[in-house]
Design a protein around this ligand. Structure first.
Ligand code: NAD
Ligand code: MG
Length: 396
C-alpha cells in the first residue's frame, strides 16, 4: 500500500486531497502516515480516524489537549508544534502533500525530501523562498517534486515528452481575482470581504486575497522560474477571466500546448496523486459550445504592482524571494486585520525589499534552510514596522 502524508490536511487543498483519497478507497487504498492541521482539531481528528493515520499533528501547542481528547481510543498519536511537524515529515512516506499555507510550509516539505519521497507541492512559498535549495535537496536524495499549483501542473503536463531546450516561453494565465473589473481609484478602498469574492476558484482565504492583488500571480511567476529553470523573460502573464486554460507552454516552432479544464483543484491534485498515470477524476467536463468563447487581456502594471516586484525579485534572486514572501505575508496580515488598505500592501512589500537591499543587500544566496528562515524573520520584523507606520498614518 502506498504510504501517504498530508501537511495542511484541514485546508482547502487538504480537503480536496482527502476527497480524492476517499474516492480512491480511503484506508483500504492508502496507508496514511501523517495528517496535519491548525486549530480545527475536530476535523483533523475525524480525517485521521477515517484514514486510520499513524499520527495527527496540530500546528498549535495549546490545541494538543483537544486533539488528544478527539483521538481518544483511536490508537492514533497526537502531537503539536513545529518540531512535531518535522517529526511527522521524518516518517517514511511515498507521497507527501505539502499544503500548509505560507512560509510555515517550507520546513516540513524540505524535510520530507530527505527521505526520497514524492512531494506534491501546493505550497508555492517553498519555491519562492528557497527554490534553489529545495530543487538541490530533491536531486540529492532522488526525491521528486510534482507541482500542484494549477498553473504549474498545467505547464508540467504540457511539457510531457518535450525537450526543455525547445521551450520558447511559458504563459501563465490569471483570473484577475475578485476586483479585476473595479476602477483603479476604487481599488484602494476594497474591503477584505470584497477581495475574498473570487469569481472562479474556491480556495483558502489568504491565496484568494492574493489573487485579487495579483501577489499570487507574482509568487507563481517566481515559482515558474525556480521549478522549470526558465529565464524570467520567458515567462508571461495574461489575464484570462474564464480560468479555463490553466497555463500554456510555447515552443520554438511557434506551437502552444495548453491545459484546459474546469476551475477545480482536483485536476492538479489528482494528476499528482495518480502520476505517472492518469486516473479517473470527479471533475466536471468542459462543454465548449456552452462556454462559447475564451477571452484574454494584458495585465495592467499600475493595477498590479506585485507583478513588477516579482520581476525585481527574479533579477536579484538570493534572499529576495524569502524577503518578498515574508513582507507579503505581513502586509496581508495587516490588511486582513483592517489596519492597512488593499492598495497599501504592495508599498509595504516594496519598502521592505528596498530597506533590506540598502541594509545588507539581498543578493547573497542562502546556503541552508536556516539562512532562508533567518531572511524570512528579518523581513517580517522590518515589514511589521513599515506596516505599523502605514497603519498609524491612515489612522491619524
Ligand atoms: P488553507 O488556509 O485553506 O489551509 C492551510 C492549511 O495549513 C490548514 O490545514 C491550516 O491548518 C494549515 N496551517 C496554517 N498555518 C499553519 C502554520 N503556521 N503551521 C502549520 N500549519 C498551518 O490554504 P489553501 O488554500 O489550502 O492553500 C495551501 C497552500 O496551497 C498555499 O501555499 C497556497 O498558496 C497553495 N495553493 C492553494 C490553492 C487552492 O486552491 N486553495 C491553489 C494553488 C496553490
Ligand atoms: Mg495557482
Amino acid at each position: 500500500m502506498r504510504r501517504v502524508s498530508v501537511f495542511g490536511a484541514t485546508g482547502s487543498i487538504g480537503e480536496s486531497t482527502f476527497d480524492l483519497m476517499m474516492r480512491a478507497g480511503g484506508a483500504e487504498a492508502f496507508h496514511t502516515v501523517a495528517l496535519t492541521g491548525g486549530r480545527n482539531v475536530s476535523r483533523l481528528a475525524e480525517m485521521a480516524r477515517t484514514l486510520r493515520a499513524e499520527v495527527a499533528v496540530t500546528a498549535h501547542d495549546d490545541c494538543l489537549p483537544a486533539l488528544r481528547a478527539a483521538l481518544d481510543g483511536s490508537g492514533i498519536t497526537a502531537a503539536a508544534g513545529p518540531e512535531a511537524l518535522l517529526e511527522a515529515a521524518d516518517r517514511p512516506a511515498d507521497w507527501v502533500m505539502s499544503a500548509i499555507v505560507g512560509a510555515a510550509g517550507l520546513a516540513p516539505g524540505f524535510r520530507a525530501l530527505r527521505h526520497g519521497t514524492t512531494l506534491a507541492l501546493a505550497n508555492k512559498e517553498s519555491l519562492v523562498t528557497a527554490g534553489p535549495l529545495l530543487m538541490a535537496e530533491a536531486a540529492r536524495h532522488g526525491a521528486r517534486i510534482l507541482p500542484v499549483d494549477s498553473e504549474h501542473s498545467a505547464i508540467f503536463q504540457a511539457l510531457v515528452g518535450e525537450d526543455m531546450a525547445a521551450v520558447e516561453r511559458i504563459v501563465l494565465t490569471a483570473s484577475g481575482g475578485a476586483l479585476r473589473d473595479w476602477p483603479l481609484d476604487k481599488l484602494a478602498k476594497a474591503t477584505v470581504a470584497e477581495a475574498l469574492a473570487h469569481p472562479n476558484w474556491s480556495m483558502g482565504p489568504r491565496i484568494t486575497i492574493d489573487s485579487a492583488s495579483m501577489f499570487n500571480k507574482a509568487l507563481e511567476v517566481i515559482e515558474t522560474r525556480e521549478y522549470f529553470g526558465v529565464a524570467p523573460e520567458q515567462i508571461e502573464v495574461i489575464i484570462h477571466p474564464e480560468s479555463i486554460i490553466h497555463s500554456m507552454v510555447g515552443y520554438r516552432d511557434g506551437a502552444i500546448m495548453a491545459h484546459l479544464g474546469v476551475a477545480d483543484m482536483r485536476h492538479a491534485i489528482g494528476y499528482a496523486l495518480n502520476w505517472p498515470e492518469r486516473g479517473e477524476l470527479p471533475v466536471a467536463r468542459l462543454d465548449f459550445a456552452a462556454l462559447g468563447r475564451l477571452s484574454f487581456r494584458a495585465p495592467d502594471e499600475a493595477r498590479y504592482p506585485a507583478l513588477r516586484l516579482a520581476r525585481e525579485v527574479m533579477a536579484v534572486r538570493g534572499q529576495a524571494g524569502a524577503t518578498f514572501n515574508a513582507a507579503k505575508e505581513i502586509a496581508l496580515d495587516h490588511f486582513i486585520g483592517g489596519e492597512v488598505g488593499f492598495a497599501d500592501m504592495a508599498g509595504i512589500v516594496e519598502d521592505t525589499l528596498a530597506a533590506l537591499s540598502r541594509e545588507t543587500g539581498l543578493g547573497n544566496a542562502p546556503k541552508s534552510l536556516q539562512e532562508v528562515l533567518a531572511a524570512d524573520a528579518r523581513a517580517r520584523a522590518l515589514a511589521t514596522g513599515i506596516a505599523t507606520a502605514v497603519a498609524a498614518r491612515r489612522a491619524g
